[in-house]
Design a protein around this ligand. Structure first.
Ligand code: NAP
Length: 241
């Protein structure tokens, strides 16, 4: 198991703190959407502690040029080659990519729903189906979701003050179901995580640093947890489905 502390970190962690007691057990991660924000920061932290990362991106970026990193642009034979190169096994699959959408009404959602479902649901379903044969009984699937995907919060009005794209909310709710089905069908340990409001392209400048959120997320999934919970990483609360 990787060695990280158990406290919630609120400020930017130092790399020294993160690397303390490091990683005698190098793992292979596949992460989607690593060109910016949370995906990029998770990748950089994992590479810094000696793990291997296969990044599923739409484009290559120089920040990820690293001997233990492969940037893959499609779910095809280049992905399989990268997995084979990294010992033919995948320990953790992190489904993180999401488009940045802006339609707050159902009329606007119509033009965004295809992109939302294609990326958040269909791409991740396809990726899981390809990757699952390289996973093992201790492998983990992590869905980076959003509290906006909580049907209960929508139903009870808890999401009302959060103006967010409707197509995004619909796709994240479907994504949460996908993660639950993956958990029940495959038996892999699954986590569904709301990472908090982040200072990224998708979030706002008053949000949490994605470096801090990445640290907290990796520390959370390093340790054993209850089966497929929908967790708010910032508050540590369990979000109702
Ligand atoms: N930011 C927040 O406040 C917040 C709150 C709750 C949940 N989240 C979740 O956290 C995750 C990370 O978001 P972030 O804040 O880090 O946003 P971000 O900086 O905008 O990163 C989104 C990533 O997804 C990629 N992406 C988008 N569409 C894609 C596609 N069709 N195929 C492949 N990659 C695609 C982007 O790549 P390109 O560079 O190619 O566009 C980028 O790498 C998302 O799942 C988001 O829903 C964020």
């Amino acid at each position: 198991m990787h060695c990280v502390s158990n406290e919630v970190v609120k400020e930017k962690p130092t790399s020294v703190g993160f690397l303390t007691g490091i990683n005698k057990n190098m793992k292979t991660y596949i992460i989607t959407g690593c060109t910016s924000g949370l995906g990029l920061e998770m990748t950089l932290l994992l590479l810094a502690r000696g793990d291997k990362v296969i990044c599923m991106n739409r484009r290559k970026i120089t920040k990820l040029n690293h001997p233990n990193c492969r940037q893959i642009l499609g779910i095809d034979c280049t992905l399989i080659d990268a997995i084979q190169e990294f010992d033919g096994r995948v320990d953790t699959l992190i489904l993180n990519a999401s488009p940045n959408l802006s339609g707050y009404t159902l009329n606007e959602a119509e033009s965004e729903i295809d992109e939302a479902l294609d990326t958040i649901v269909k791409m991740h379903l396809k990726l899981f189906n390809v990757v699952k044969k390289y996973m093992h009984n201790k492998s983990t699937v992590v869905g980076v979701s959003s509290r906006l995907g909580s049907i209960t919060r929508e139903y009870t009005g808890a999401n009302v003050h959060l103006e967010r794209p409707q197509a995004y909310k619909i796709a994240k709710a479907a994504f949460n179901m996908l993660l639950n089905i993956i958990a029940s069908e495959s038996g892999f340990k699954c986590h569904v995580i709301h990472p908090g409001y982040l200072n990224t392209k998708m979030g706002g400048t008053d949000g949490t640093s994605p470096n801090v959120a990445a640290y907290n997320l990796i520390r959370y999934i390093d340790n054993p947890h209850r089966y497929c919970e929908f967790k708010n990483l910032e508050t540590k609360e369990v979000i109702p489905w």
